[in-house]
Design a protein around this ligand. Structure first.
Ligand code: NAD
Length: 476
């Protein structure tokens, strides 16, 4: 049992005000494995004060020196990658094989990518525009609000570029998965990052999270989370005109056009969607298929699902683990019941607890066919292992259905040629599209259209989020 009683403020581990704690539960065993402080709004104030005090010196340091710190953090993360995978698996539930690759491997890769991007940025001269010199400068003090599904990845996607840019920051991680944030903070402390540049405050979104978002000394908020929380945070930041970067929910479409290779497209769609038990913001949860091929798609989908084993996340053989929490499990099972009541055809899984799991928040991976895009299960983000197969009669209808969503985070298109797939991809109102199996690229801009968010993370675009532009007019 890990007991964390301190927050990290101003370069020191300091006790939180009050004695309230948050219990961290292992979703596979339902056992409490740790407690962390439920900080108060006065802790939030202290952390913002420390970040504000650290800003002048940190922002004046050369980019090269800042990037050297990022490199040391990246190296230390890499040394502890197995520990990171096991820790996140224990608090979040992702089985180890995928946790090594995604929960540990991806954030390390992203941290390293910002070493390269930072070194390129260090060499960029101010731009001359006529009689003006244009500089890119750090925006200031940032609040980072992060979720539980890929917790370290989402944190690093903010912390790394912010450090390169010269910003200071306060991280408030999700209460479901705060332990990886303590590990990251331990590393940051060990590399000797100047006091106050990075601060860690744990606690509830509604209290300490809001205090960190409304604070007048905060210049920017970056949130990854639900659309509801993202919209609330934008309201909190509006009176002091903060920059708001929002990475929010999704209900992404996997558009399989007539002529596509179903033998590739369907299994890839199932494996991708079921990764992390569907608790992925970019999950391709709506599979849009030609009506005359729906039966073939259903068979391929069931076969692909059968090949994914579920169980104890510490066992390397398992692909599917439990969902993150009891409440997430009941939300997902309620959605499955809704799908049945709406008249969607259940072809795999269902709302009952899977057999053989006396403990753990396990849910049956579920597939619905004959889904209408107007149904609740096709419109709302379920955030669980539930796939909707939606039959359509033409390419145009497929695109229209894909775009008939309040979200616009991700998508995929499968077609017999890349040209045809790219042509369809250009018509999707979404921040990224995978074409004929194209993989996630941690250097490409990442973010959403519509209610999926504003702003972009990762790569050079992710660094730009943390920069202000200053024009200095010279005498002529
Ligand atoms: P959530 O919105 O419940 O919580 C996210 C974070 O926001 C947590 O740290 C929470 O404490 C905080 N929070 C909630 N209300 C707040 C408030 N009023 N003020 C300040 N902070 C507040 O989301 P979650 O359940 O942790 O994560 C799942 C959601 O995140 C899904 O909707 C998913 O699509 C989304 N997500 C988006 C991306 C992306 O990059 N677009 C990535 C991962 C997850």
């Amino acid at each position: 049992m890990q007991i964390h009683s301190d927050l990290y403020v101003g370069g020191e581990w300091t006790a939180a005000t009050g004695s309230n704690v948050i219990e961290v539960v292992n979703p596979a065993t339902e056992q409490v494995i740790a407690t962390v402080p439920a900080a108060s709004t006065s802790d939030a104030d202290r952390a913002v004060g420390a970040a504000r005090a650290a800003f002048p010196a940190w922002s004046q340091l050369s980019v090269e020196e800042r990037v050297n710190y990022v490199e040391r953090i990246a190296d230390a993360l890499a040394e502890r990658s197995e520990e990171i995978a096991a820790l996140i698996s224990s608090e979040q539930g992702m089985p180890m094989t995928n946790a090594r690759r995604v929960q540990a491997g991806l954030p390390i890769m992203v941290m390293k990518s910002f070493v390269e991007i930072g070194r390129e940025f260090a060499n960029i001269e101010p731009e001359h525009i006529g009689h003006s010199l244009v500089f890119e400068e750090p925006i200031g003090v940032c609040t980072f609000i992060t979720p539980w599904n890929y917790p370290l990845h989402q944190t690093i996607g903010k912390v790394a570029p912010a450090l390169v840019a010269g910003c200071t920051m306060i991280l408030k991680p999700s209460s479901e998965t705060p332990l990886n944030a303590f590990l990251l903070t331990d590393i940051i402390d060990s590399v000797g990052l100047p006091a106050g540049v990075f601060n860690l405050v744990t606690g509830a979104g509604r209290t300490v999270g809001e205090a960190l978002c409304v604070h007048p000394e905060v210049d920017m908020i970056s949130i990854t989370g639900s659309t509801e929380a993202g919209a609330r945070i934008a309201e909190l930041g509006a009176p002091t005109v903060k920059r708001i970067c929002q990475e929010l929910g999704g209900k992404s479409a996997n558009v399989i056009l007539n002529g596509a290779d179903l033998g590739k497209a369907v299994p890839a769609g199932i494996t991708g969607m079921m990764l992390n038990c569907g608790q992925t913001c970019t999950a391709l949860t709506r599979m849009i298929v030609p009506r005359n091929q729906q039966d073939e798609v259903v068979n391929l989908a069931i076969n692909a699902l059968d090949s994914l084993s579920m169980g104890d996340p510490t066992n390397d053989e398992h692909f599917l683990g439990p969902l993150v929490s009891a409440s997430q499990k009941s939300t997902v099972q309620d959605y499955i019941r809704t799908g049945i009541n709406e008249g969607a055809r259940l072809v795999a899984g269902g709302p009952d607890d899977p057999e053989g799991y006396p403990a753990g928040f396990y849910v049956q991976p579920t597939i619905f066919a004959d889904v209408k895009n107007s149904m609740v299960i096709a419109q709302e983000e379920i955030f669980g292992p539930v796939l909707c197969i939606i039959p359509v009669d033409s390419d145009d209808e497929a695109i229209a259905v894909a775009n008939d969503s309040p979200f616009g985070l991700s998508g995929a298109v499968w077609a017999e040629t890349n040209e045809r797939a790219i042509d369809a991809a250009r018509k999707l109102q979404t921040g990224q599209v995978m074409v004929n199996g194209g993989r996630f690229n941690p250097l490409a801009p990442f973010g959403g259209y519509k209610t999926s968010g504003n702003g972009r993370e990762l790569g050079r675009a992710g660094l730009d989020e943390f920069l202000e532009t200053k024009a200095i007019q010279l005498p002529v």
